[in-house]
Write a protein that binds this ligand. Structure first.
Ligand SMILES: [Zn+2]
Ligand SMILES: [Zn+2]
Length: 197
């Protein structure tokens, strides 16, 4: 079963379900992925004494993301969770003190493999959720050590820089501006807006 000394799987799952709003396979996967990731980068107490040591890069914006936030205590607002919209069920856990980083990917095959577990449960969704609780880490995930370079302007703390867009006049923090032919633009004015006026 998951969860060594520092992590109680069931109570972490309870907490995550409260925040997320429902129990789903993504919560179970997210909680287990987080426990595995934190253990692999030697983080024992992510919401306590180790809270300034941990950062997570999440590659998907789905159910598991909430679980990862809940277990790790990392969040976009604290700048300790970076949401990368790759559409992949994967995340990288980084120990900021040691630089150790582990990228964990949920295996595509785990969904099919889940059918071999908890066969007494008839409902497919419920069976999958229950199976993900008991399947070994190796069957659920693939992981490897990676290296992640985190530029100073992406770290928690006060903004390092603040510039004004020459077109709209809005301010842009932390090097997110775009330099086009010597002029400073925000991303929206540089043609990367997600909205239209
Ligand atoms: Zn969900
Ligand atoms: Zn602008």
């Amino acid at each position: 079963m998951t969860g060594k000394d520092n992590f109680n799987f069931e109570s972490l799952l309870d907490e995550s379900v409260k925040i997320h709003g429902h129990l789903c396979p993504g919560q179970v996967l997210g909680v287990r992925m987080s426990i595995l990731g934190l253990e692999k980068v030697d983080i024992e107490d992510p919401k306590g004494k180790d809270r300034k040591k941990v950062m997570v890069f999440v590659e998907i914006d789905r159910c598991a993301t909430d679980a990862i936030q809940s277990v790790t205590g990392c969040s976009p607002g604290k700048r300790t969770m970076k949401l990368l919209d790759y559409g992949k069920m994967a995340a990288t856990f980084v120990n900021l003190n040691t630089g150790k980083a582990i990228r964990i990917l949920a295996k595509e095959e785990s969904k099919a493999a889940a059918k071999n577990y908890c066969t007494e449960i008839e409902d497919k969704y419920e069976r999958q959720t229950a199976a993900y609780k008991v399947m070994p880490d190796e069957e659920l995930f693939k992981w490897e050590e990676v290296s992640v370079e985190i530029p100073p302007e992406d770290m928690p703390g006060r903004p390092l820089k603040r510039v004004q867009c020459e077109k709209c006049g809005e301010y842009v923090q932390d090097n997110r501006e775009i330099n086009l032919d010597g002029r400073i633009y925000c991303k929206a004015c540089a043609g990367k807006a997600y909205y239209k006026k």
